[in-house]
Ligand binder design. Structure first.
Ligand code: E4P
Length: 334
Protein backbone atom coordinates (compact mmCIF):
# COMPACT_ATOMS: atom_id res chain seq x y z
CA UNK A 1 0.00 0.00 0.00
CA UNK A 2 1.18 3.50 -0.78
CA UNK A 3 1.95 5.83 2.13
CA UNK A 4 -0.78 8.43 2.77
CA UNK A 5 1.21 11.33 1.35
CA UNK A 6 1.62 9.52 -1.97
CA UNK A 7 -2.07 8.67 -2.31
CA UNK A 8 -3.48 9.59 -5.70
CA UNK A 9 -6.85 11.27 -5.96
CA UNK A 10 -9.15 11.55 -8.92
CA UNK A 11 -8.97 14.35 -11.42
CA UNK A 12 -7.47 17.06 -9.27
CA UNK A 13 -3.86 18.10 -9.68
CA UNK A 14 -1.50 18.76 -6.79
CA UNK A 15 -1.80 22.44 -7.68
CA UNK A 16 -5.58 22.22 -7.13
CA UNK A 17 -4.97 20.34 -3.90
CA UNK A 18 -2.55 22.96 -2.64
CA UNK A 19 -5.05 25.72 -3.41
CA UNK A 20 -7.72 23.77 -1.53
CA UNK A 21 -5.67 23.90 1.68
CA UNK A 22 -6.34 27.66 1.62
CA UNK A 23 -2.90 28.61 0.36
CA UNK A 24 -2.95 31.34 -2.27
CA UNK A 25 -0.67 30.42 -5.16
CA UNK A 26 1.50 33.13 -6.69
CA UNK A 27 3.72 32.88 -9.79
CA UNK A 28 7.34 33.91 -9.23
CA UNK A 29 8.34 35.08 -12.71
CA UNK A 30 8.50 37.96 -15.15
CA UNK A 31 7.72 35.57 -17.98
CA UNK A 32 3.99 36.32 -17.95
CA UNK A 33 3.22 34.49 -21.21
CA UNK A 34 3.77 31.27 -19.28
CA UNK A 35 1.63 31.81 -16.20
CA UNK A 36 -1.96 31.58 -17.38
CA UNK A 37 -2.19 27.80 -17.24
CA UNK A 38 -1.45 27.77 -13.50
CA UNK A 39 -4.19 30.32 -12.67
CA UNK A 40 -2.17 32.03 -9.94
CA UNK A 41 -3.87 34.76 -7.96
CA UNK A 42 -0.82 37.05 -7.89
CA UNK A 43 2.67 37.25 -9.34
CA UNK A 44 6.02 38.36 -7.98
CA UNK A 45 8.96 39.77 -9.89
CA UNK A 46 12.50 40.70 -8.92
CA UNK A 47 15.46 42.22 -10.83
CA UNK A 48 16.88 38.77 -11.64
CA UNK A 49 13.57 37.55 -13.08
CA UNK A 50 13.02 40.76 -15.05
CA UNK A 51 16.55 40.70 -16.43
CA UNK A 52 15.89 37.16 -17.71
CA UNK A 53 12.51 38.12 -19.21
CA UNK A 54 13.89 41.31 -20.79
CA UNK A 55 16.24 39.23 -22.91
CA UNK A 56 13.34 37.31 -24.50
CA UNK A 57 12.43 38.37 -28.02
CA UNK A 58 8.71 38.37 -27.28
CA UNK A 59 9.09 41.03 -24.57
CA UNK A 60 10.96 43.53 -26.76
CA UNK A 61 7.81 45.66 -27.26
CA UNK A 62 7.83 46.31 -23.49
CA UNK A 63 11.49 47.25 -23.64
CA UNK A 64 10.82 49.57 -26.60
CA UNK A 65 8.01 51.32 -24.72
CA UNK A 66 10.33 51.83 -21.75
CA UNK A 67 13.13 53.17 -23.95
CA UNK A 68 10.79 55.63 -25.69
CA UNK A 69 9.43 56.76 -22.33
CA UNK A 70 12.96 57.27 -20.98
CA UNK A 71 13.93 59.33 -24.02
CA UNK A 72 10.82 61.47 -23.78
CA UNK A 73 10.95 62.13 -20.06
CA UNK A 74 14.67 62.43 -19.30
CA UNK A 75 17.36 64.73 -20.59
CA UNK A 76 20.78 63.32 -19.66
CA UNK A 77 21.51 59.67 -20.48
CA UNK A 78 21.75 58.62 -16.80
CA UNK A 79 18.35 60.12 -16.10
CA UNK A 80 16.84 58.44 -19.16
CA UNK A 81 18.20 55.08 -18.01
CA UNK A 82 16.62 55.44 -14.54
CA UNK A 83 13.27 56.48 -15.97
CA UNK A 84 13.28 53.70 -18.57
CA UNK A 85 14.15 51.09 -15.96
CA UNK A 86 11.25 52.06 -13.68
CA UNK A 87 8.96 52.15 -16.69
CA UNK A 88 10.13 48.68 -17.76
CA UNK A 89 9.32 47.25 -14.32
CA UNK A 90 5.86 48.85 -14.50
CA UNK A 91 5.30 47.60 -18.06
CA UNK A 92 5.98 44.05 -16.90
CA UNK A 93 3.75 44.54 -13.88
CA UNK A 94 0.90 45.96 -15.94
CA UNK A 95 1.11 43.08 -18.43
CA UNK A 96 1.08 40.57 -15.58
CA UNK A 97 -2.01 42.26 -14.13
CA UNK A 98 -3.82 41.61 -17.41
CA UNK A 99 -3.49 37.91 -16.57
CA UNK A 100 -3.67 37.53 -12.78
CA UNK A 101 -6.75 38.72 -10.90
CA UNK A 102 -4.80 39.84 -7.82
CA UNK A 103 -1.60 41.74 -7.25
CA UNK A 104 1.84 42.06 -8.72
CA UNK A 105 5.01 42.69 -6.72
CA UNK A 106 7.47 45.19 -8.18
CA UNK A 107 10.85 45.49 -6.51
CA UNK A 108 12.62 48.66 -5.49
CA UNK A 109 16.24 48.81 -6.65
CA UNK A 110 18.36 46.77 -4.18
CA UNK A 111 21.04 49.45 -4.34
CA UNK A 112 18.71 51.56 -2.18
CA UNK A 113 18.54 48.88 0.54
CA UNK A 114 20.16 51.06 3.20
CA UNK A 115 18.44 54.32 2.28
CA UNK A 116 14.99 54.80 3.79
CA UNK A 117 14.24 58.09 2.09
CA UNK A 118 15.31 56.98 -1.38
CA UNK A 119 13.28 53.77 -0.98
CA UNK A 120 10.15 55.76 -0.13
CA UNK A 121 10.70 58.10 -3.09
CA UNK A 122 11.29 55.19 -5.49
CA UNK A 123 8.17 53.37 -4.27
CA UNK A 124 6.01 56.48 -4.71
CA UNK A 125 7.45 56.97 -8.18
CA UNK A 126 6.66 53.38 -9.20
CA UNK A 127 3.10 53.72 -7.92
CA UNK A 128 2.73 57.02 -9.85
CA UNK A 129 3.81 55.25 -13.02
CA UNK A 130 1.28 52.47 -12.37
CA UNK A 131 -1.49 54.98 -11.73
CA UNK A 132 -0.68 56.79 -14.99
CA UNK A 133 -1.31 53.44 -16.67
CA UNK A 134 -4.67 53.16 -14.92
CA UNK A 135 -3.49 50.56 -12.39
CA UNK A 136 -4.71 51.17 -8.86
CA UNK A 137 -2.12 51.03 -6.09
CA UNK A 138 -4.24 48.35 -4.43
CA UNK A 139 -3.12 45.92 -7.11
CA UNK A 140 0.58 46.50 -6.51
CA UNK A 141 2.94 45.39 -3.76
CA UNK A 142 6.16 47.35 -3.62
CA UNK A 143 8.89 44.86 -2.84
CA UNK A 144 11.56 46.11 -0.46
CA UNK A 145 14.49 44.29 1.14
CA UNK A 146 13.85 43.74 4.87
CA UNK A 147 16.81 45.76 6.15
CA UNK A 148 16.25 48.12 9.08
CA UNK A 149 15.93 51.00 6.58
CA UNK A 150 13.67 48.97 4.30
CA UNK A 151 11.30 48.09 7.14
CA UNK A 152 11.12 51.73 8.26
CA UNK A 153 10.45 52.82 4.67
CA UNK A 154 7.67 50.23 4.41
CA UNK A 155 6.13 51.46 7.66
CA UNK A 156 5.98 54.99 6.25
CA UNK A 157 4.63 53.85 2.86
CA UNK A 158 1.88 51.79 4.47
CA UNK A 159 0.77 54.34 7.04
CA UNK A 160 1.33 57.68 5.28
CA UNK A 161 0.82 56.81 1.62
CA UNK A 162 -1.49 53.78 1.63
CA UNK A 163 1.09 51.91 -0.46
CA UNK A 164 1.18 48.16 0.11
CA UNK A 165 4.55 46.52 0.61
CA UNK A 166 6.13 43.08 0.28
CA UNK A 167 9.21 42.78 2.49
CA UNK A 168 11.62 40.51 0.70
CA UNK A 169 15.02 38.98 1.41
CA UNK A 170 13.62 37.85 4.73
CA UNK A 171 15.81 35.25 6.41
CA UNK A 172 15.19 35.65 10.13
CA UNK A 173 12.59 35.77 12.89
CA UNK A 174 13.87 39.21 13.91
CA UNK A 175 13.02 40.67 10.49
CA UNK A 176 9.61 39.00 10.54
CA UNK A 177 8.74 40.43 13.97
CA UNK A 178 9.79 43.96 12.95
CA UNK A 179 7.83 43.72 9.67
CA UNK A 180 4.63 42.75 11.47
CA UNK A 181 5.08 45.63 13.90
CA UNK A 182 5.62 47.96 10.93
CA UNK A 183 2.23 46.90 9.58
CA UNK A 184 3.60 45.70 6.24
CA UNK A 185 1.10 43.95 3.97
CA UNK A 186 3.21 40.88 3.23
CA UNK A 187 6.56 39.25 3.96
CA UNK A 188 8.53 36.86 1.77
CA UNK A 189 10.71 34.48 3.81
CA UNK A 190 13.34 32.92 1.49
CA UNK A 191 13.01 29.27 2.47
CA UNK A 192 15.33 27.74 -0.12
CA UNK A 193 18.18 30.20 0.32
CA UNK A 194 18.17 29.49 4.08
CA UNK A 195 18.31 25.78 3.36
CA UNK A 196 21.11 26.37 0.79
CA UNK A 197 23.16 28.06 3.51
CA UNK A 198 22.84 25.18 5.98
CA UNK A 199 23.37 22.55 3.32
CA UNK A 200 26.63 24.20 2.32
CA UNK A 201 27.72 24.77 5.91
CA UNK A 202 26.95 21.31 7.30
CA UNK A 203 27.13 19.12 4.18
CA UNK A 204 23.81 17.63 5.36
CA UNK A 205 20.75 16.97 3.24
CA UNK A 206 17.55 18.29 4.78
CA UNK A 207 14.06 16.85 4.66
CA UNK A 208 10.92 18.92 5.13
CA UNK A 209 10.97 18.00 8.85
CA UNK A 210 14.30 19.59 9.62
CA UNK A 211 14.63 22.07 6.72
CA UNK A 212 15.68 25.32 8.49
CA UNK A 213 13.76 27.46 5.98
CA UNK A 214 10.54 25.53 6.57
CA UNK A 215 11.06 25.68 10.35
CA UNK A 216 11.52 29.46 10.25
CA UNK A 217 8.28 29.93 8.31
CA UNK A 218 6.37 27.74 10.79
CA UNK A 219 7.80 29.77 13.66
CA UNK A 220 6.71 33.02 12.01
CA UNK A 221 3.28 31.59 11.15
CA UNK A 222 2.53 30.55 14.73
CA UNK A 223 3.84 33.85 16.09
CA UNK A 224 1.79 36.02 13.69
CA UNK A 225 -1.39 34.02 14.18
CA UNK A 226 -1.05 33.87 17.96
CA UNK A 227 -0.67 37.64 18.24
CA UNK A 228 -3.24 38.50 15.57
CA UNK A 229 -0.90 40.20 13.09
CA UNK A 230 -2.53 40.73 9.69
CA UNK A 231 0.72 40.67 7.72
CA UNK A 232 0.49 37.93 5.09
CA UNK A 233 3.25 35.32 5.04
CA UNK A 234 4.28 34.33 1.55
CA UNK A 235 6.80 31.49 1.39
CA UNK A 236 9.36 32.22 -1.34
CA UNK A 237 12.51 30.72 -2.86
CA UNK A 238 11.30 27.12 -2.66
CA UNK A 239 13.74 24.43 -3.73
CA UNK A 240 11.45 21.39 -3.90
CA UNK A 241 7.87 20.11 -3.61
CA UNK A 242 8.46 18.72 -0.12
CA UNK A 243 9.05 22.24 1.23
CA UNK A 244 5.75 23.34 -0.31
CA UNK A 245 3.90 20.31 1.06
CA UNK A 246 5.27 20.91 4.55
CA UNK A 247 3.79 24.41 4.52
CA UNK A 248 0.42 23.63 2.93
CA UNK A 249 -2.13 25.94 4.51
CA UNK A 250 0.31 28.87 4.69
CA UNK A 251 -1.20 32.22 3.60
CA UNK A 252 0.62 32.47 0.24
CA UNK A 253 3.42 30.70 -1.63
CA UNK A 254 5.25 32.16 -4.63
CA UNK A 255 6.51 29.46 -6.96
CA UNK A 256 8.83 29.28 -9.96
CA UNK A 257 7.41 28.04 -13.26
CA UNK A 258 9.36 24.82 -12.75
CA UNK A 259 7.65 24.05 -9.42
CA UNK A 260 4.24 25.15 -10.71
CA UNK A 261 4.71 22.74 -13.55
CA UNK A 262 5.56 19.88 -11.22
CA UNK A 263 2.43 20.55 -9.17
CA UNK A 264 0.28 20.75 -12.27
CA UNK A 265 1.50 17.47 -13.64
CA UNK A 266 1.10 15.55 -10.37
CA UNK A 267 -2.06 14.14 -8.80
CA UNK A 268 -0.54 13.60 -5.38
CA UNK A 269 -2.68 14.79 -2.47
CA UNK A 270 -1.43 17.74 -0.47
CA UNK A 271 -2.90 17.67 3.01
CA UNK A 272 -3.10 20.89 5.01
CA UNK A 273 -0.25 21.10 7.53
CA UNK A 274 -0.57 24.48 9.19
CA UNK A 275 -3.39 24.96 11.57
CA UNK A 276 -4.57 28.20 13.09
CA UNK A 277 -5.94 26.42 16.15
CA UNK A 278 -2.51 25.29 17.35
CA UNK A 279 -1.00 28.78 17.04
CA UNK A 280 -1.96 29.69 20.60
CA UNK A 281 0.20 26.89 21.99
CA UNK A 282 2.99 26.97 19.45
CA UNK A 283 3.42 30.74 19.05
CA UNK A 284 6.17 32.40 21.06
CA UNK A 285 5.68 35.31 23.45
CA UNK A 286 5.57 38.78 22.00
CA UNK A 287 8.79 40.71 21.44
CA UNK A 288 9.46 44.10 19.85
CA UNK A 289 12.09 45.64 17.60
CA UNK A 290 10.37 48.40 15.67
CA UNK A 291 11.47 51.26 17.92
CA UNK A 292 14.82 49.82 18.84
CA UNK A 293 17.31 49.91 15.99
CA UNK A 294 20.29 48.70 17.98
CA UNK A 295 18.36 45.70 19.33
CA UNK A 296 17.15 44.86 15.81
CA UNK A 297 20.67 45.08 14.40
CA UNK A 298 22.23 43.14 17.28
CA UNK A 299 19.70 40.30 17.23
CA UNK A 300 19.79 40.11 13.43
CA UNK A 301 23.57 39.92 13.59
CA UNK A 302 23.29 36.89 15.89
CA UNK A 303 21.70 34.95 13.01
CA UNK A 304 24.64 33.94 10.82
CA UNK A 305 22.56 32.50 7.97
CA UNK A 306 20.42 35.64 7.79
CA UNK A 307 23.41 37.99 7.80
CA UNK A 308 25.22 36.11 5.04
CA UNK A 309 22.17 35.48 2.86
CA UNK A 310 20.87 39.03 3.24
CA UNK A 311 24.18 40.58 2.18
CA UNK A 312 24.53 38.15 -0.70
CA UNK A 313 20.90 38.67 -1.78
CA UNK A 314 21.30 42.45 -1.95
CA UNK A 315 24.54 42.07 -3.93
CA UNK A 316 22.91 39.64 -6.39
CA UNK A 317 19.82 41.77 -7.00
CA UNK A 318 22.00 44.89 -7.33
CA UNK A 319 24.23 43.13 -9.85
CA UNK A 320 21.24 42.08 -11.95
CA UNK A 321 19.74 45.57 -11.75
CA UNK A 322 23.12 46.86 -12.95
CA UNK A 323 23.08 44.47 -15.90
CA UNK A 324 19.54 45.48 -16.78
CA UNK A 325 20.57 49.11 -16.60
CA UNK A 326 23.49 48.44 -18.98
CA UNK A 327 21.11 46.76 -21.40
CA UNK A 328 18.80 49.76 -21.28
CA UNK A 329 21.69 52.20 -21.66
CA UNK A 330 22.88 50.34 -24.75
CA UNK A 331 19.43 50.53 -26.29
CA UNK A 332 19.07 54.21 -25.43
CA UNK A 333 22.36 54.94 -27.16
CA UNK A 334 21.48 53.04 -30.35
C1 E4P B 1 10.60 35.84 -4.19
O1 E4P B 1 10.09 36.89 -3.96
C2 E4P B 1 11.86 35.69 -4.90
O2 E4P B 1 11.66 36.29 -6.18
C3 E4P B 1 12.26 34.27 -5.16
O3 E4P B 1 11.39 33.36 -4.56
C4 E4P B 1 13.71 34.00 -4.89
O4 E4P B 1 13.98 32.67 -5.20
P1 E4P B 1 15.42 32.08 -5.47
O5 E4P B 1 16.10 31.88 -4.15
O6 E4P B 1 15.16 30.78 -6.15
O7 E4P B 1 16.14 33.07 -6.34
Amino acid sequence: MEPDSKKQNTGKTSLDNLKETGTIVVADTGDFEEIEKYSPQDATTNPTLLLAASKKESYQPLMNTAIEYGKKNGSLLGEQVDIAMDKLFVEFGRSILNIVPGRVSTEVDARLSFNRKATVTKAINLIDLYEKEGVSKDRVLIKIGATWEGIQAAKELESDHGIHTNLTLLFSFVQAVACAEAGVTLISPFIGRIMDFFKEKTGKTYTANDDPGVLLVKRIYYYYKKHGYNTTIMGASFRNIDEIKALAGLDHVTLSLNLLDKLLSSKEEIPKQLNLKTAKDKGESKISFINNESKFRYDFNEDEAAVIKMAEGIRKFAKDADMLQNLIEKKLSE
